[in-house]
Design a protein around this ligand. Structure first.
Ligand code: FUB
Length: 477
């Protein structure tokens, strides 16, 4: 559905207030900050909506990130849909919108909480906890798609499993046996069949011993640190179970085992309690030769326990396989690869966005919209090489249009091109504009800065630079 242009997104209103009211909190939580003009920070990795409960998946040279979505101004875990993002470099993230929501599950009534997606048999299976309308209890549903970005459909039309508990994590062992673990306050698993939508045997409860999951003090009902949000994987023959520990505020801890069903041994803290959210949620992957830890915090203005944001840090295992303590940063992970400006790049591929929103585009995919004078998009580590000669963008405008300034280094950096966008006859009436570029060489942080009059200026669907002759001929040879 295309968002009506004469309505104002609630997120925009909330953030306008939040930029002012939440600034103090944001600086306290994430020292190097999220001020609109502070171009350094790349964490949290999404700025235009609140995201939570990260679940990364590496596929075909990209990391796909499945998240929940905290509603603006939420005072509970008011979550109605899930979101997908992807990146080839851990810094510039493409917004793929919401291919899965509560409405996908006809039997679900609320609580689109923490899930995980996995690939098998050329398909993508996304396991999520939702409230079962009929029973009023939390249950685990499974959605399936042929693409990592969806659309996803309910694979079963009913819960896969239901015991009133949450937070599924899925793991496929080297022998092909898949396991689905989940739970709060308990921790259970089932052995999934190869169809990934059914299981054999019953639900097995993992013994929550203090040797396996650490000692919690002050809560006789919950003697171990295990709280929720399990994330299970295998590395060098060792099985890892990373989890949100103790409540509240949570920290991230982990246990290891010689097999997928245990016995588990508590190994300590992964990430201390930090970041202004009383929950946290782990997700770990290896990508392009490095290891990455995803989590969430309250790091955006207006952020907190029910308005969370996903962030990422790079880390290295110690030689013995143990995980070092990882702290939250505002800088985030270093860029794993440069970005090629000479192929089509989606406008919604963003390292840091200031003021912008996204929406489904009428000609497919997503577009950036709700752009006011002074808003900008930072695209990090753009490899211009010997130089670019022109810039082409797919744009639309239902107003007087505006100008796309191409700036290097910062939102106020050197201007290497200016593209004027006229009124195109509507916010989804797309046209292609091209303008000359001069001085864009080497690898640069590109800022698409939008200028014009008052009100919304333009929408952008995608962009691409053309190389100067030297670069072009080098690419040919
Ligand atoms: O996002 C809702 C719930 O908060 C998740 O299911 C838990 O893991 C906690 O992050």
């Amino acid at each position: 559905m295309i968002t009506a242009r004469n309505s104002t997104p609630s997120s925009r209103l909330t953030r306008a207030v939040a930029w002012t009211l939440g600034l103090l909190l944001a600086f306290a939580v994430v020292p190097a900050a999220v001020h609109p003009t502070a171009a350094r920070a790349d964490n949290p990795i999404v700025q235009h909506i609140y995201t939570a409960d990260p679940a990364p998946l590496v596929h075909n040279g990209r990391v796909y990130l499945y998240t929940g979505h905290d509603e603006d101004g939420s005072t509970y875990f008011t979550m109605k849909d899930w979101r997908v993002w992807s990146s080839a470099d851990m810094v510039n993230w493409t917004d793929h919108g919401s291919p899965l929501s509560l409405t996908t599950f006809s039997w679900a009534s609320a609580d689109a909480w923490a899930g995980q997606a996995v690939q098998r048999n050329g398909r993508f299976y996304w396991y999520v906890p939702v409230k079962n309308r009929a029973t009023g209890r939390m249950a685990i549903g499974v959605a399936v798609s042929d693409s990592p970005t969806g659309p996803f459909r309910d694979a079963l039309g009913r819960p896969l499993v239901e015991n009133g508990e949450i937070d599924p994590t899925v793991f496929i062992d080297d022998d092909g046996q898949a396991y689905l673990y989940w739970g709060n306050p308990n921790l259970s698993y089932v052995r999934l069949n190869t169809d990934m939508t059914s299981y054999s045997g019953g639900v097995t409860r993992i013994p929550l011993t203090t040797a396996g999951f650490g000692t919690r003090t002050g809560d006789t009902n919950r003697p171990t640190l295990y709280e929720e949000g399990p994330w299970v994987y295998k590395r060098n023959g060792l099985y890892y179970l990373v989890f949100a520990a103790r409540c509240c505020s949570e920290f991230i801890a982990y246990s290891t085992a010689p097999g997928p069903t245990g016995p588990w041994t508590y190994r300590g803290t992964v990430m201390p309690t930090q970041g202004g959210s009383f929950t946290n949620h782990p997700g770990i992957v290896d990508f392009k030769g490095s290891s990455y830890f995803f989590y969430h915090n309250g790091g955006l203005p207006g952020g907190g326990g029910f308005t969370r944001s996903v962030a990422v840090e790079r880390f290295s295992y110690r030689p013995d396989g143990t995980i070092p303590t990882i702290n939250m940063t505002s800088g985030g992970a270093p860029q794993a690869d440069t970005l090629d400006p000479y192929v089509r790049q989606e406008a919604e591929t963003i390292a840091w966005g200031s003021g912008i929103e996204t929406e489904p585009a009428g000609e497919g995919g997503m577009n950036v919209g709700w752009i006011d004078n002074g808003d900008y998009i930072k695209v990090k580590g753009v490899a211009f090489g010997a130089g670019a000669s022109s810039f082409t963008a797919r744009v639309a405008s239902g107003s007087g249009g505006g100008t796309v300034e191409l700036r290097l280094g910062s939102p106020n950096g050197t201007v290497v091109g200016r593209c004027v966008v006229p009124n195109t006859g509507g916010w989804q009436s797309w046209t292609t504009v091209t303008c000359p570029v001069s001085g864009a060489t080497g690898t640069q942080d590109l800022h698409l800065r939008f200028t014009g009059g008052s009100g919304y200026l333009l929408n952008m669907n995608w962009w691409r630079f053309s190389p100067a002759a030297a670069t072009a001929s080098r690419q040919v040879h």
